[in-house]
Design a protein around this ligand. Structure first.
Ligand SMILES: [Cu+2]
Length: 206
């Protein structure tokens, strides 16, 4: 749209504007790829996560009309996947989950590597909620192949840990205490103190 407007206001390139903005039809969508995605890239032994496979055309748009994928796990010792793309952790390790789609005689395969982690040995990291109204460190970035426990140490001024999105339980107003939350998947979680809105923090597990 932006280019379209620019094209229309530019004197002398009306033909180009017409070419860019209308009068032509997009090429017929061609089945070109399968993209596998998940909110989580890890799963705990004994639990399950859903994967999504989307057929794409040559422009990266969803290719409609493709049949359901066939799912496979490269390492069923670590993780299995069912016909719906639900991955279940079996034992610590990694597995490449594949979704194969055949449409119009053409097959494309999308993959996603899933890490299977044990819940028995989380790694603990620390954040301090200070009397100076800061979460220190403000961003805690953790590279871990295991579930991560973050322990907040609240100093004498009460703060909350209020998540900007769902998924982890909020910590209500707390002072002079330690409170922990566990992160069992990769992701980015941002939070703030509901008492001091300028107090913000982020937990990154990757
Ligand atoms: Cu606060």
């Amino acid at each position: 749209m932006y280019r379209c407007i620019l094209g229309r206001i530019a004197v002398g390139i009306v033909t180009m504007a017409m070419f860019a903005c209308g009068g032509t039809t997009d090429p017929t969508p061609v089945f070109s790829a399968v993209v596998v995605s998940s909110v989580w890239h890890s799963v705990i032994v004994g639990s399950s996560i859903p994967l999504t496979a989307i057929a794409k055309d040559q422009n990266g748009a969803t290719f409609s009309g493709a049949p359901a994928p066939t799912w496979t796990s490269s390492n069923e010792t670590a993780a299995t996947v069912n016909a719906s793309g639900v991955v279940t952790g079996v034992a610590e390790g990694t597995s490449t989950i594949s979704a194969s789609v055949t449409a119009g005689g053409v097959t494309h395969v999308g993959t996603l590597q899933i890490l299977v982690v044990s819940d028995t040995n989380p790694v603990t990291y620390h954040v301090t909620a200070t009397t100076g109204q800061a979460f220190t460190p403000e961003t805690l970035a953790v590279h871990s192949n295991r579930p991560v426990t973050v322990t907040w140490t609240f100093q004498s001024l009460a703060h909350t840990v209020t998540w900007d999105s769902a998924g982890v339980a909020d910590i209500p107003a707390t002072a002079n205490a330690q409170v922990s939350r566990k992160f069992t998947n990769f992701g980015v979680w941002s939070y703030h103190c509901s008492i001091h809105p300028n107090m913000t923090g982020t937990i990154v597990v990757f």
